[in-house]
Design a protein around this ligand. Structure first.
Ligand code: HEM
Length: 415
């Protein structure tokens, strides 16, 4: 039997407890799932690898109608890969999986490296403390736009606006009312710009670098001979650019983790970096980012004694699963050693979704995110800098979370 909590506890709890919404109730009720009303709908909220497998595998839950418009219009948006299911989803998803394949990731890292070189020279000259959060947003936005294959003259002149909007879409995804409307109208301007980019490539007015993400999106066919409408191609272009900029949050968390665990930083500096990939994984597990994900049953389902009719809602607690004590002993301890052995269950670490890449909604940017964090760790331990007194707290009530002062560094010296 899945216990039920009141609608008031459901709605207020999410606002009051933020990332700890699920965990507090799972612990209080000694359960891995409970029923409540969220945003006016009866919902089962669950955590754990078993729940993640049920939610993510075999196309049981679709996203359309499950994620509030205020969130989805700032993130994946209408007509995107996330709104598709079955064969239509598989065909569109291939575009992302191929774009983010080994070669695409190598090119992204190389571009990121070039931007890091330029940025670190600027940091070394800075007279005021450098705010790593802002710097990471800036250099990831530059790297993403260069990597995308969009000709420079179409984005460079309006770079500050594009950067701020790409970051703002994520910063304000959980906002309501005027802040959310303002961000959505800023996004519409960026969408218009992206539509213009796609139109110009397709008309031959400009050329996208061969096999670049832009060239792939412009040429992608969903069915035989049917190219994506300009507007959908633009949405998918933003679905590459926006999340790359969002990786900035994990990079600032990685900087905090290095500061809090100097023994690991010292080891990495001395090239004892066996645990470095595990450190990056632990950053994705430990720190709060994507809190939960909602879906609607695509058909009649039964799980743990709960019956779902088509259309019924389930919320998977991603943060709660990444802090589930049965999967992660002492989940509030930061311990890269957890990852010395390969994970035996693809539904245990779900910071970027569960299940499979090709056949489900798991994030196609997960390997690139992991690469970017590892790369940043290597670069940070080789950069000479100090951390002045500052507030490094990360509130679990504000979604998406960020470090209070954004991680300040001073006295930067490049090699
Ligand atoms: C910043 C780190 C990132 C986080 C926390 C994150 C998180 C997620 C999560 C939780 C999902 C699953 C959503 C669902 O179940 O419906 C997802 C899907 C997705 N992510 Fe990411 N992501 C990140 C980075 C990236 C990157 C770098 C890219 C691409 C360059 C990307 C592109 C996508 C796309 C296109 C989907 C939709 C996949 C589908 O519906 O099949 N993400 N992401």
């Amino acid at each position: 039997m899945i216990p039920t909590i009141s609608a008031v506890d459901g709605a207020l709890g999410l606002v009051q407890d933020g990332y700890l919404f699920g965990i507090r109730r799972f612990e209080r009720l000694h359960t891995d799932a409970f029923r409540t009303r969220l945003l006016g709908h009866p919902t089962v909220v669950a955590r754990g690898a078993h729940a993640a497998r049920f939610f993510y595998e075999n196309g049981r839950f679709a996203r359309v109608g499950a994620i509030p418009a205020s969130v989805s219009h700032l993130l994946q948006d209408e007509g995107s890969v996330q709104t598709l299911e079955g064969d239509a989803h598989r065909t569109r998803k291939r575009l992302f999986v191929e774009t983010m394949g080994v070669q695409g990731r190598e090119r992204l890292l190389a571009t990121f490296d070039e931007e890091w070189e330029r940025a670190s020279v600027r940091w070394a000259r800075a007279e005021a403390p450098v705010v790593l959060h802002d710097e990471f947003v800036h250099l990831l936005a530059l790297a993403a736009l260069r990597w995308s294959g969009i000709p420079d003259d179409l984005w460079l002149p309006r770079f500050p606006e594009l950067r701020d909007s790409l970051a703002g879409m994520v910063d304000h995804a959980a906002s309501f009312g005027p802040v959310n409307w303002g961000e959505r109208s800023r996004r519409r301007r960026v969408e218009d710009w992206a539509v213009g980019v796609v139109e110009r490539v397709r008309s031959g007015a400009v050329t996208a670098a061969e096999a670049s993400p832009l060239a792939r999106i412009a040429a992608h066919e969903d069915g035989e001979g049917i190219r994506l409408p300009h507007t959908i191609a633009a949405v998918e272009l933003l679905n590459l650019l926006r999340p790359i900029v969002a990786v900035a949050r994990f990079l600032e968390f990685a900087a905090v983790a290095l500061y809090r665990h100097p023994e690991h930083a010292d080891a990495f500096r001395r090239n004892h970096d066996e645990d470095l990939p595990g450190f990056a994984q632990e950053v994705r597990r430990f720190y709060p980012f994507f809190p939960l994900i909602a879906g609607r049953a695509t058909r009649r389902l039964t799980w743990n004694g709960a019956e779902f009719e088509a259309g019924d809602r389930m919320v998977l607690d991603l943060y709660g699963t990444d802090h589930d004590p049965r999967l992660w002993p002492s989940p509030r301890r930061f311990d890269p050693g957890r990852f010395r052995h390969p994970l035996s269950d693809r539904n245990a670490l779900v910071a970027q979704g569960g299940g499979e890449y090709a056949d489900g909604h798991r994030c196609p940017g997960e390997p690139a995110t992991q690469d970017l964090i590892e790369h940043t760790l290597r670069r940070l331990v080789r950069l000479d800098y100090s951390m002045p007194p500052q507030d490094l707290r990360i509130s679990l009530r504000k979604m998406p979370a960020k470090v209070a002062d954004g991680v300040l560094i001073t006295d930067v010296k490049t090699a």
